[in-house]
Design a protein around this ligand. Structure first.
Ligand code: 5GP
Length: 142
């Protein structure tokens, strides 16, 4: 039951079978926009190594993941003029996980602005494209 499914959506993104709005890629991690953002700039950071979630991830991968989480957090704060950033990470369906490849959510927050629902509405692709460009520019300026 708690196996890694090599056909989960993020594994397919890593193999290039499904497109994504890529923000950053290095040897160990990939960052891209969430297609159902809870706020503008909602980003996902995943390790390239297969694991179902944090519970089974290789501890040796964690530092690299968190470095990318920090870089993307700084970039989305700057790109969207956010007052803060929320890091979310779900483990197993009971805790709200819907895609079973380890990932961290990075969500820019603005005072008084409620979050949209988790896995709510698909964003417009042109809007996502523009947001990804803004974040890549902020990353380049770091
Ligand atoms: P989880 O619920 O497992 O923590 O988060 C999975 C996230 O992946 C959700 O926020 C959902 O909106 C996002 N997501 C689901 N399918 C896709 C997809 O095909 N592409 C991208 N970029 N994000 C996806």
């Amino acid at each position: 039951m708690n196996q890694y499914d090599t056909n989960n959506i993020f594994a397919r993104i890593l193999r290039g079978e499904i497109p994504c709005h890529k923000l950053h890629e290095d040897l160990k991690t990939l960052a891209f926009l969430d297609v159902m953002p809870q706020a503008d700039g909602h980003s996902l950071i995943i390790p390239k190594a297969p694991s179902r979630n944090l519970l089974s991830a290789d501890p040796g991968e964690l530092a690299a993941i968190m470095v990318t989480v920090q870089q993307i957090s700084r970039a989305v704060m700057s790109a969207f003029g956010a007052g803060g950033v929320l890091i979310q990470q779900f483990n197993e369906a009971t805790a709200g996980q819907t895609v079973f490849h380890t990932h961290f959510h990075v969500i820019p927050r603005h005072e008084g602005q409620p979050l949209r629902p988790h896995t709510g509405q698909m964003a417009d692709q042109q809007v996502l494209k523009a947001h990804a460009e803004k974040i890549r520019q902020a990353l380049a300026a770091q």
